[in-house]
Design a protein. Sequence first.
Length: 323
Amino acid sequence: MIRKTVAVWAGKATGTLSRITKRGGGTTLPGDVARAIDPKILTRLAQDLTYGSIVITGTNGKTTTARLLSWLLEGAGHRVVSNRAGANLIFGATAAALNRAGTDGRLKADWGVFEIDEASLPKAVEEIQPRATLVLNLFRDQLDRYGELETIAKKIEQALSTQPETSRAILNADDPRVAEIGLSLPRQPVWYGLDDTSVASKTLPHAADARTCPRCGASLVFDAVYVGHDGVYHCPNHDFARPDPEITATNIMLDGFDSLALTIEGTRIEMPLGGLYNCYNVLAAYAAALRSRHWEGLIAVGDAYRRLGALGGFQKASEAKAR
């Protein structure tokens, strides 16, 4: 306990000094310092959370989805700690937790919402022991750092397989590579996806990544394409197909990059966010909040979205696009 408290003090002092001297925003270095003193500091702080953590990973949309989910939980009256500055490596998550810790060394929050880089996910799951892990998508723009999509997918699969039995994996059924991960897990994940072909294309873009069946190598048949390679697909040899999503978005209306509207589980949601990709972010945050197991008795997720939309609380998130 003394080691934990010293690590918290050192980390917080580092963050303050970093901001005063303008040598960074204190979003990662405090985590480096604290972890040097107590390598288990993130685990110890995560254990202080009243309900636990939700970890968000994927190529695109982590920042926006984490903000949406944080605002939903805060709208329900919860104290949320999150690495909102976008520092999504393990040191950034540690620094965010340190920033909210008190002088007694305890993290005073109900929920942790952490966006985590795909390559850092195994370490994050091991240390944070999240209540749920949300996987958004897998695209090829990270290749310079991490190699092929299949390598990244295997890393994520291994991380999800080590989650506690009480944890949930919440996965995008529309992404073939994410679906491949989910179908290999020891426990059934929660699937989400879009269900409105009026906003879909019939053909894959030229640069689409996941074109082939992961089981037999045949070219996947896409009945609908929403964003990139995300859509409704199946293998012509019946070896692989899009899982049936448990939570879907229907009746999607897009007003350019200004706003969107969609229906989730009978609830109509309108948000000042633009683009079809943000429909995935809104749906993902909804699914995570709904399956967090501590939402019952607070307020309906749809009501929380409507309140936040009416307040204009997501206008800044639209600037983040699909990071």
